[in-house]
Design a protein around this ligand. Sequence first.
Ligand code: NAI
Length: 385
Amino acid sequence: MKVGIIGSGAMGSGIAQVAAQSGHDVVLIDTSQGALDNSRAKLAKVLARLVEKGKIDETTGKAIQSRISYSENHADLTGAGLVIEAIVERLDVKQSVFQSVENYVDDNCILATNTSSLSVAAIAAACKLPSRVLGIHFFNPAPLMPLVEIVPCVQTDPAILKSAEALISSWKKVTVIAKDTPGFIVNRVARPFYGEALRMYEEGYGDFATIDHAMREIGGFRMGPFQLMDFIGNDVNYAVTESVFAAFYYDPRYKPSFTQKRHAEAGWLGKKSGRGYYDYAEGAVTPVVDTSNQAQLDYIVSRILVMLINEAADALYLNIASKEDIDLAMTKGVNYPKGLLQWADEKGIQNCVDALDNLYDEYREDRYRCSPLLRKMAKSGERFF
Ligand code: NAI
């Protein structure tokens, strides 16, 4: 089956590689010839490295490259069975691209968007055949991250959802199904990992390095929140937070932080700009972590964790995804050491409710309201698994 990818930036190029590695002929489309040239050169480099490491042989590398063609013309999408759009994150631009694509593909071609924050329903609504549209949301870098969120919108034909899910699974990806709501699973449930860390920093519970240390060493997370924000880029992470906050009608649970906003405004974007919460200049001094106060470190971890658990429980309560998919999404999409709902079972549901109620009592902020699901489960003594 021929696969069309529109947008040859970070995501489109990665998805094209995944599709070509799975044996598809791929046409990669971009409005910018420069972007197409970059994408072709980057893929050649990536594949050369895989050959060097012995992960693939040279013939396979050549075959993958030869399966991808590069074009500025939507007419080259003719005959595709699936088109995935990964262009700039703007609804009007995406809608007009989908409308144009429909002029060239058959009625049975699946149209997918890789959007992280826009409404899939709104993109589908611009199409002649909205029932063939859905979200297929990869994580960056697409060839390495195992998770893909499949996002049917209200218009999506269930048969299209099934075919898309089967196809992406055949690309050796772990698929989860998420409702068409802001942030889907991962970008919604993960908000407190950043937000609560920033909040605790602002309240003086610890500096960046101390909070990161606690989350890594006690929490078992691969990266601390500030380290991860520096890796993602404070501009990108702040923009996601702001858009999720607005999309949830300004629910205080998702409130962005001035600390991060100022870092982004200062150009302290993180690794990519050489400075973020940490200094990445050569010879920069590694901050010293004060590990003397164990109670403080434990408090940091348990507060961020219980906020994450609350978010995961609420996502289940609101039918954003199944409990299995919520746990799978966080372990495969952002490498959490454990599924959050499983973690809730281990901590004890009543303990989670008590911790959230304590925070709520202390702050009197809606941000700390306990999910009705956790409260119900605590009453009846239920567990998630
Ligand atoms: P990018 O900026 O690296 O690439 C976007 C590409 O689209 C550029 O090459 C640009 O020339 C091209 N483009 C813009 N308008 C176009 C049009 N009308 N027709 C054809 N090509 C056009 O962006 P990136 O990061 O690859 O993101 C693309 C999409 O994927 C966005 O919707 C984003 O929200 C989503 N996404 C991004 C992730 C990330 O971590 N970067 C993760 C998951 C999803």
